[in-house]
Every structure is written in structure tokens, then in C-alpha cells.
Design a protein around this ligand. Sequence first.
Ligand SMILES: *Cc1c(COP(=O)(O)O)cnc(C)c1O
Length: 363
Amino acid sequence: MHTAIRAEMQAAFQTVYDSNWFVMGKHVESFEKKYAHFNQVAHCIGVSNGLDALHLALNALGVGEGDEVIVPSNTYIATLLAVSYVGATPVLVEPNINTYNINPSNIEKAITTKTKVIMPVHLYGQACEMDAIMLIAEKYGLYVVEDNAQAHGAAFQNKLTGSFGDVNGTSFYPGKNLGALGDAGAVTTNDDTLAQKIRILRNYGSEIKYHNEVIGYNHRLDEMQAAFLSVKLSYLNEWTKQRQQIAQSYTETLKNIGDLILPVTHPDATHVYHLYVIRTQHRDALQHHLTNHGIGTMIHYPIPPHKQNAYTSLGYQKGDFRIAEEIADTCLSLPIWPGMCIEDVKQIVSSIKNFFVIINKKF
Ligand SMILES: *Cc1c(COP(=O)(O)O)cnc(C)c1O
């Protein structure tokens, strides 16, 4: 996909290079407008990366020490780190074993008088059950901050992820569905006041140069990445369709093989397949087999947050989040990218079938 847009990307580079203006300028402004339009929100604030986007979102809401933030037990560590950055405590909630997204029926049990925010993560590219989550948030007077790093363009009941929450964060890390050529991210919100607050916070707490209103950060997006992102954003819908076609092809051809569990999409949700994640009790052996046949796979993620050394202070034990542990022990992400050809899919599927023929002989 980088070959197809090479000329446009090089032109973007040249334009920024010749402008001699590299941080926070017209390319950032223009990308922000385009992404806000794409995400159907009033405001997009371009920032340095996805983690900083989530950090700014929580910071702008005034979340801090003594507050609790509900996050899924099977998320990427960045979701928790953002909570820690503002001094609040992440409270883990188990996902639905079919969709891998936070299970709304587990959320209420985790709410205490300290809870301030629910942070749903649209994991692997599938939209969370936002209707139920928004109802719970309303009932208990909680904020919602979506972690939309993996799901640009996904929707629940026809409303886009990144447009439900009070303020939301996304990532344009190179490997995401919309990726820069380096680190980048964005905050999205429909709230004018929060948007203004975040614009100030990302730039040293300053609106007018050398006038500092609050203790802010350097969480800015640079012109080069913004220009690259603008080029790539115009291809995103097409790339998403290609991801969905590849996923469909996997799902049709991997049915009824061994103990394989294929991705399940909630009937009201769309899935943009940032990752195509299968599960099997023979995960490690399957991964080994595929590696030996030149097929690269990944595990998202091998260690759930409650078992990470960084979070021993939360006091969780092994066995506390069995669904997250089960997913971590059995999940495997198959290759998927826009432009991937059907022949590649066929070869991968045939290699997986072979693996299960071999292990069936063993048992
Ligand atoms: C990638 C990712 C992030 C962090 O984004 P960065 O740009 O790498 O900081 C946060 N949450 C989730 C779910 C992610 O996948």
C-alpha cells in the first residue's frame, strides 16, 4: 500500500520540507478538520501519539488521584498507563469471550463511589456495545473516554467509534489502520470547552505564545506526520473494505477446523479488522508451524495487564481475570493488511488446515 501512494507521500514531504514550518501549522489544522469530518465529531485535536491522546482526555476531564477508571482486563497496556499518568487507579473489567470487548454486564459491579470514567477499548477493530455502556455512564453520572486506537471507521448502530464518549483518544502509530510514518495520535470530542482545554494542554498549557495558563505538556502533532496522514486518510475507507474482504475470506475458509474459534462480530457493530484474531488451545504449536512455513503471526497480547510487573501494585492475582487470561493464552493474530491478495489468504488457510491434520494424527 505504500507503493501505491508513494508519489503522493513524497509530494507531501516536499511541501512540508519547502514550507520550513514543522510543528503545529496549517497541515495539522487541515488534517484535524479532515479527521473530525471523517469521525463525525465537532473537534479533532492532533497530538503526539495515542497514549498522550488518552492522557490528555483524562487530564482535561479533571480525573486524578483517588479516582477510579474502568478499563477492560484484556486491553493493551497504554489504556492503563494513561490512567496512571493522571494518578487515578485502573479498575479492570472482564470482556465478552465472543467479541473480546468489555462486557457491559460486568461494568456495574465494578462501579464504586470513586469511579469517574468508563474507558471502552474497541479491541482488534470491533466497536464495543456502546448503547449499554452509554446507559450505564448516564445512570451513574460517569464520563466515557473511548480508546479508539484500533478502530478508525468502526461503528455501533451506525454511529462511529470515537464519537460516543465525552472525549476520546486514537492512535496513528504506523501499524494502526490509519498510520503515520512515525508516532501520531488524536483526541476527538463534541465538547467545545474540552476541545479548547486540550488544545492548550497539548502545547505547554499555552494559547498565546509565552503566556502559560496551566501546567501543560508537549503532546503536539508535527506538520510532516499531519501531511502524511491527510494523504492516507483519503484511502482509509477503501483500505477498510479490503481488510473486511480478507477477514471474510478467512472466516469462510477457516470454518470447522479443529478447535479454532473465529472472530465474532456483535450484530449491531461493525469490525474494521485492525487484527484478525483466532483462538485455539494449540496456539503456540500453531504459531510455530506457521513460522516454519514462512507465515508471520503475532499475539495480541501475551500477558494481560493484571499480570504485568508494572501493575503488581494493583494487587491483582493470576486467576483474577480468567477471560483475559484465556484470551492471552489462546489468541493468534493472522496476517491481514489492505492489498493482501487472496492467494496469500489461501496459502495461510491451507497451512492452518495442515497443522490440524497433523495434530489430529497425534491424538
Ligand atoms: C496503539 C494503542 C494505544 C497507544 O497508541 P500509541 O500511539 O502507540 O501511543 C492505546 N490503546 C490501544 C488499544 C492501542 O492499540
